[in-house]
Design a binder for this molecule. Structure first.
Ligand SMILES: Cc1cc2nc3c(=O)[nH]c(=O)nc-3n(C[C@H](O)[C@H](O)[C@H](O)COP(=O)(O)OP(=O)(O)OC[C@H]3O[C@@H](n4cnc5c(N)ncnc54)[C@H](O)[C@@H]3O)c2cc1C
Length: 332
């Protein structure tokens, strides 16, 4: 059996690695138009968790974490997997009680309810905090190192990595024909679409040729959500290096001076309202940097295909950094 994987992001690399090292497939080729791990997978906050409101997602995440833990063990933790957990912090007594209920019903969580317990365990959070929920099967890792480790193992198991743009795929009854850069063709038994934000763009290039039909696949119900990570160099060492990921579980209303408030009323009134929960922060594993991200925009974006040569800064709200820093000041 032979497989061609579109995309050498973390999804395509993990797929090829698993097919070759666990299932012993000898003929796996990963094709990407850029170097491995250079697109979305190069910019993640690199965190993992088994906490999801959907049970199936939690099961899937638990399975992924099992696999990651095995890789970490066999590689002598080459990719710095840490299990510090996520800590959701609140100033609301009601939410703190919900935290307690959750911890009572699942060993995945510890709850710290009441100011004393909360600040006793997590002294670095805001002194107004009254509850903290520690999700324990969560943490972060070095995703580039993880990817490189899997690429190395995959290559040793025979996986080939090829540079090129997949311009067309014809899927027949027994095999697929994959066209690269509009000129060369590869054939395989199966094709895996791991094209990240371009998954639907790739679907449009796949033609179902079975039963003498020839039509491109219908779009999948996927959306690309804009996330922007801020990296701060914590020169003064204000954020302890050994803390878990801290997540603000409350909505936040930012304080503004009168002049800015007036300006925002005219230009960006949404920043005068309460902004959603979810602002989060974590220290890097080794070098004194701090990563923070607040997905308050929930903005869906269309990514051009092929992608632009440079990042498109206009996609980001120019106020994003200001908002995140002010949010952090309110919660710490
Ligand atoms: C700021 C930010 C923070 C994040 N934080 C986290 C986090 O903490 N935890 C977490 O789990 N996730 C996080 N994510 C999400 C995570 O980074 C992505 O889900 C993941 O990297 C996607 O990997 P991928 O392999 O699917 O896509 P990509 O890494 O984008 O790889 C897709 C590849 O397909 C290739 N490709 C596409 N079309 C073609 C074609 N026609 N021919 C050849 N090659 C093609 C592309 O060149 C690309 O290399 C974050 C994302 C962002 C942006």
């Amino acid at each position: 059996m032979s497989v061609i994987v579109s995309g050498a992001g973390i999804a395509g690399v993990a797929t090829a690695h698993r097919l070759a090292t666990k299932y012993g497939l000898k003929n796996v080729t990963v094709v990407d138009r850029f170097s491995p791990l250079s697109m979305t997978s190069a910019v993640s906050t690199e965190c993992f968790r088994n906490v999801w409101s959907n049970r199936k997602m939690s099961e899937l995440a638990n399975l992924s974490i099992d696999i990651l833990e095995n890789l970490s063990k066999q590689s002598d933790n080459y990719f710095n997997m840490s299990h510090r957990g996520y800590v959701y912090v609140t100033k609301s007594k009601e939410l703190a009680n919900d935290f307690q209920d959750l911890a009572d019903s699942s060993s995945d969580f510890d709850a710290y309810v009441g100011k004393d317990k909360c600040l006793g365990r997590f002294p670095f959070v805001s002194s107004e905090s009254v509850g903290a929920l520690h999700a324990k099967r969560a943490g972060w890792l070095d995703a580039q190192q993880l990817g490189q480790y899997m690429i190395q193992e995959a290559k040793e198991a025979g996986v080939k990595f090829t540079l090129g743009d997949i311009t067309r795929v014809d899927a027949f009854e027994s095999h697929v024909k994959v066209q690269i850069d509009k000129k060369t063709n590869l054939e395989a038994s199966y094709f895996v679409n791991a094209s990240g934000p371009w998954t639907n763009a790739m679907n449009e290039r796949i033609f179902d040729c079975r039963k003498d039909l020839k039509h491109s696949l219908s779009p999948l119900p996927l959306q690309n959500e804009l996330h922007a990570k801020i990296i701060l160099h914590d020169e003064l060492g204000l954020i302890p290096r050994d803390i878990p990921m801290i997540i603000c579980a409350d909505e936040i209303e930012l304080p503004w001076d009168d002049e800015t408030r007036e300006f925002l009323r005219e230009t960006k009134p949404k920043y005068l309202q309460r902004l959603p929960s979810g602002l989060h922060l974590r220290p890097s594993s080794t070098d004194g940097y701090v990563f923070t991200l607040w997905d308050f925009v929930h903005q869906h974006v269309v990514i051009s295909d092929p992608p632009p040569h440079t990042l498109e800064p206009h996609m980001y709200d120019e106020w994003y950094v200001e908002i995140v820093l002010r949010g952090l000041a309110c919660t710490s």
